[in-house]
Design a protein around this ligand. Structure first.
Ligand code: PLP
Length: 433
């Protein structure tokens, strides 16, 4: 919610921030619809990584200039990511990627199994929020899988309610589907899990680029995301709610700090990646500062004042969403009207991201992606590790889905190019190759 005097979205300015956008593929200007697999990176993030390696390149805690600089960069990064997620700085831990951090979390949380031995996962989630929990069967946990309605690609909330019980130890939830873009009502799902006394772990990797996250408002116990999905380098970020996180029995060296957030940060961190992640948050805040209006939305849960950067981050998220929404609507509408094209995902008025997945009847998804790639249009094909969802949709034999995701740097012209090629393929393509 912002005031009415919103400055114009300057697409040219935004595109100029991303050096990769000038790439050509096969003589065509590259059109990056591969954002859900990882976005492109603005110059200021590239500079932050390089600057770290020039001016701050040292291990933590030394008594000399570069180590002091390094400590400051990492401290600042925790504060930036805390503003991104709506938490406190010491509730933010860094690691290799979401998958690895989730495994660490799963192993730590179940180190001494108690009476509650059931863990809930969902059919809609990425394997990174299923595999680490499924692995716990060997520790005596029962994994209960919540159904996804294959028609609407939404979570069956009744099934979720039925699976929660006083035996539920933990619910591993998906904020938004990287497969088809559905945004799930995690706030309600967390509320229901807490009602039975279960811990919640939220996979926000796909959602993080598409909507504001307020960990306090949704009351997540743990939430994970990955900076490379929102303009940063390849590092993982874990939020842990202080009361629980500080008690986490993580596997760690005796030389490692046992206090939050360090207790889960094994070994030397990817310092330059962290510097870049911090700058990625600044990039989003800058979008809010330039093109958003003063954030007048709700303040943080508990009523405390939001930081300047948090307000700009929230405005920046809204700026991106507002720009992408009409492009996504156009893509959804026009793709759905092409004969032999089937779009998968939630119904029109259901919350969703600007990530759109589809198939062309008779054409393997891999072939569609390859044909588009030849024309400089970058889309993903397959299951994108949301393999359970693709299995349930019955699409594995056909190469899975074709996925086109919008980012704030995509243009309407790129969308038109994509649509034109899909029309051509749908008209001419033959055979289930
Ligand atoms: C929804 C979702 N969850 C988890 C992951 C895994 O993240 P990472 O690559 O950081 O392990 C991804 C990556 O594609 C994702 O899209």
């Amino acid at each position: 919610m912002t005031s009415s005097s919103t400055p114009r979205y300057d697409l040219e300015y935004i595109r100029n921030q991303f050096p990769a956008l000038s790439l050509k593929a096969n003589g065509y200007p590259a059109a990056f619809f591969d954002g859900p697999g990882g976005t492109q990176v603005p110059q200021r993030v590239l500079d932050a990584v390089a600057d770290y390696l020039i001016y701050c390149n040292a291990n933590a805690g030394g008594k000399f200039l570069t180590s002091n600089n390094s400590d400051l960069v990492i401290k600042e990064a925790r504060s930036a990511l805390a503003d991104f997620l709506g938490s406190d700085s010491d509730e933010i831990a860094f690691g290799q990627n979401m998958t690895t951090m989730n495994y660490q979390l799963a192993l730590a949380l179940t180190r001494s199994p108690g009476r509650r031995r059931e863990i809930i996962i969902t059919e809609i989630d990425h394997e990174a929020n299923r595999g680490p929990w499924l692995a716990l069967e060997e520790r005596g946990y029962t994994i209960r899988e919540v159904k996804m309605d294959p028609e609407t690609c939404t979570i069956d909330m009744e099934d979720y309610r039925n699976k929660l019980s006083e035996n539920t130890f933990l619910a591993a939830l998906n904020y938004a589907s990287n497969g088809v873009g559905t945004i799930n009502d995690v706030e309600e799902m967390i509320r229901l899990a807490h009602e039975v006394g279960a811990i919640t772990v939220v996979d926000a990797v796909h959602y993080a680029l598409h909507g504001p996250i307020d960990v306090k408002k949704i009351d997540a116990d743990y939430l994970l995301c990955s900076a490379y999905k929102f303009f940063g380098p390849h590092i993982g970020v874990l939020y842990g709610k202080r009361e629980l996180f500080s008690e986490l029995a993580s596997y760690r060296l005796r030389t490692q700090s046992g206090s939050i957030p360090h207790l889960i940060e094994t070994g030397t961190l990817n310092h330059e990646g962290i510097a870049g992640a911090s700058e990625a948050v600044e990039f989003i805040a800058d979008l809010g500062r330039r093109f958003g209006s003063h954030w007048e939305g709700p303040s943080a849960a508990g009523g405390e004042q939001l930081s300047e950067r948090r307000r700009h981050v929230l405005a920046g998220m809204e700026v991106m969403e507002r720009y992408e929404r009409p492009l996504a609507d156009k893509m959804l509408e026009e793709l759905s009207s092409i004969e032999r094209v089937r779009v998968y995902g939630p119904p029109r008025d259901y919350p969703r991201t600007s990530t759109i997945s589809f198939t062309i009847e008779g054409l393997n998804a891999q072939r569609v992606a390859a044909e588009l790639g030849q024309k400089g249009i970058f889309v993903w094909d397959g299951h994108f590790y949301a393999i359970r969802l693709v299995e349930i949709l019955g699409l594995e034999p056909y190469g899975g889905l074709v996925r086109a995701g919008l980012c704030p740097y995509n243009t309407e012209e790129e969308v038109d190019r994509l649509l034109e090629e899909i029309r051509r393929l749908a008209e001419n393509g033959t055979g289930k190759s």
